[in-house]
Design a protein around this ligand. Sequence first.
Ligand SMILES: O=P(O)(O)OC[C@H]1O[C@H](O[C@H]2O[C@H](CO)[C@@H](O)[C@H](O)[C@H]2O)[C@H](O)[C@@H](O)[C@@H]1O
Length: 399
Amino acid sequence: MDLKSSHASPVLADPTPVNKPRLGVHSSLLPYSQTGTTFSSGLYISIPRKKPGMVDDVSSNGWLDAMLSSSPPRKKLIKDMNSDAVVADETVDHAYISWMLKFPSAINAFDQVTSAAKTKKIVMFLDYDGTLSPIVDDPDRAFMSDAMRSAVKSVAKYFPTAIISGRSRDQVYKLVGLTELYYAGSHGMDIMGPVRYDEADNHLDYGSSSDKQGKEVKLFQPAREFIPMINEVFRTLVESTKGIKGAKVENHKFCASVHYRNVDEKNWPIIAQCVHDLLKDYPRLRLTHGRKVLEVRPVIDWDKGKAVQHLLDSLGLSGRDDVLPIYIGDDRTDEDAFKVLREGNQGFGILVSPVPKETQAFYSLRDPAEVMEFLNSLVNWKELNGAEAAAVPDRKRAS
Ligand SMILES: O=P(O)(O)OC[C@H]1O[C@H](O[C@H]2O[C@H](CO)[C@@H](O)[C@H](O)[C@H]2O)[C@H](O)[C@@H](O)[C@@H]1O
């Protein structure tokens, strides 16, 4: 099987013939940009490709700029809301304070949050890295604290709760270790969610099973056909980056991540070039940027926002004005979820960031410690205001 070919597929449409025009700069390469990508119906997505003949090295196509602006440390200068740098370090706090006028702290604005939630059922969506666990150099050691685990467990006691991570579902489940949650890995491309009561869309790629608590759960994997391709890409990237000190490649089943956090900055162009060269051979894959990580994933119209919508549908809670979804996340990939909530006028996003950033969220929190404080406050509020509503949503979640 030629994994690199662009076969006709129920899932994908890729307008670019193999080995013809190279991958262009996808809108996702531009920090927080939402433009430049055209979506068609269903899961089809078309990615604008660069015209042949245009310069395509990693510095001129914006990859390096995006890498440099990824996860700027506090001591660095920051430029506009999105990226690199013009504001001096000592002015960061001023910038942050004025940014918070637009994106208030969810802790300071807690009364607003609870007044919106008073007559509604909260559904909680949580990102993992940078939200529940602090960002650390080694992705294998990004553990959440016991106190955070217990806060999430308490939240899940009262509100349906899902983790939506860029990591593989298995990996994030191992790190969180709570059976009472729903889990979506690979940026939402691998969802272990509740059984939908409207099973009309059984053309989707489901498999059902029981989870460790014995409740019936459904697997939703819209990019299933890409597993062999991602395995192949993972092996290629391991090989091509093996000489670059500090580089680390992860296989998340439906996407592959190339970390450069521990790579000397002078070698970032080499890392970028490895990924860029690889993508030339895989027109059905695209690049997204995370925090000091380049991620290669299928060209399908699916992201964390779609995963949120899918889980709400599955829970029988979408489109209801008595439901308040809250999504807490720190990364560019979380913006898709913030956007879905903002545009659907249903609930809100909370961006976790110690620096000002352009965002589709409504509120902000500085770091995982504040996330924990917010979660505990919600639990206290719920306990003080009648904890009758359990997390188990309606009749959909079998016990
Ligand atoms: O969606 P998330 O749960 O936030 O996952 C996003 C990525 O998280 C991990 O990488 C990030 O966290 C690491 C540990 O703190 C850090 O070393 C790395 O620089 C960050 O990019 C994970 O390893 C990635 O695969 C996820 O996509």
